[in-house]
Design a protein around this ligand. Structure first.
Ligand SMILES: NC(=O)c1ccc[n+]([C@@H]2O[C@H](COP(=O)([O-])OP(=O)(O)OC[C@H]3O[C@@H](n4cnc5c(N)ncnc54)[C@H](OP(=O)(O)O)[C@@H]3O)[C@@H](O)[C@H]2O)c1
Length: 233
């Protein structure tokens, strides 16, 4: 069975992806921000292993991982965790910028560095759940969009570097997807939140699994997923 290391498996898109892979019997290594959160994930996904490390503190991730037993084999590394805080450039403080850059960009880079030896050995797959904001930056979205534009650059460089060695790299760019993050965005936009208007996390999970399951003669580089007709845009 393939082994998947997944961040963000406790909520939204990450939970949907983890549920699908768990249901088909794949081995899961679920990353959690704290020991308490890891315990909850272990209860939700029987048989899954967990790894603890705060993505908001990428400088300490390597140290945190060096004190835990890491999987010998990693077939895929799925970067799904993320944070958002809206605000105009004229208002955003360095703390708000840094938090989004740490969680959304530096932590994925650091986790990728850490697991690359296993990924190279298995000719594995790295998937980055990016965002439409990783392709277009709009008013209020500066810090988040910068972190996601950076994540696109990380994925594109990694793909070029690792392609010859057989590691596949995919970026998925979802539009607004129902869940706690979207509820927070609506709150910050002072808008009413209606989950039914946005993409179901299960649909984004389907695109991630499609990329993972594609035969090795092909690689999905970039996949844009927008809310369907009749829903919000
Ligand atoms: N929702 C959208 O509209 C949307 C659209 C485009 C792209 N995306 C991207 O899709 C991904 C998943 O979004 P979502 O809607 O599923 O978000 P979500 O429901 O808010 O889940 C975010 C996940 O990230 C984890 N996380 C946040 N900060 C962390 C930290 N410091 N250390 C470890 N884990 C941390 C959370 O952990 P806990 O479970 O412990 O809180 C949670 O599991 C994100 O990268 C997001 O940027 C979302």
């Amino acid at each position: 069975m393939p082994t998947h290391v997944i961040t963000g498996a406790g909520s939204g898109i990450g939970a949907a992806v983890a549920r699908r892979l768990h249901a088909r019997g794949d081995d899961l290594v679920l990353h959690a921000r704290s020991a308490g959160r890891a315990k909850e994930l272990a209860a939700d996904f029987p048989g899954a292993r967990t790894l603890v490390g705060d993505l908001a503190d990428p400088d300490r991730l390597s140290w945190a991982l060096s004190h835990q037993s890491l999987p010998d084999r990693v077939d895929s590394l799925l970067h799904i965790a993320g944070v958002v805080d809206l605000g105009e450039v004229g208002e955003l403080t360095p703390k708000t910028w840094r938090h989004q850059l740490d969680v959304n960009l530096l932590a994925p880079a650091e986790l990728t560095r850490h697991f690359l030896p296993q990924l190279r050995a298995s000719r594995g797959h790295v998937v980055f759940v990016n965002s439409g904001a990783g392709l277009n930056a709009r008013a209020q979205w500066g810090a988040y969009a910068a972190s996601k534009h950076g994540l696109k650059a990380l994925a594109d460089s990694l793909r070029e570097e690792e392609h010859a060695g057989g590691v596949r790299v995919t970026s998925v760019y979802p539009g607004r997807t129902a869940g706690p993050m979207q509820a927070k965005v609506h709150q910050q936009e002072s808008k009413d939140y209606d989950a039914g208007r946005w993409i179901d996390p299960e649909s984004v999970a389907t695109t991630v699994l499609m990329a993972l399951d594609l035969p090795r003669d092909a690689e999905v580089n970039d996949l844009t997923v927008r809310p369907g007709p009749g829903t919000g845009r």
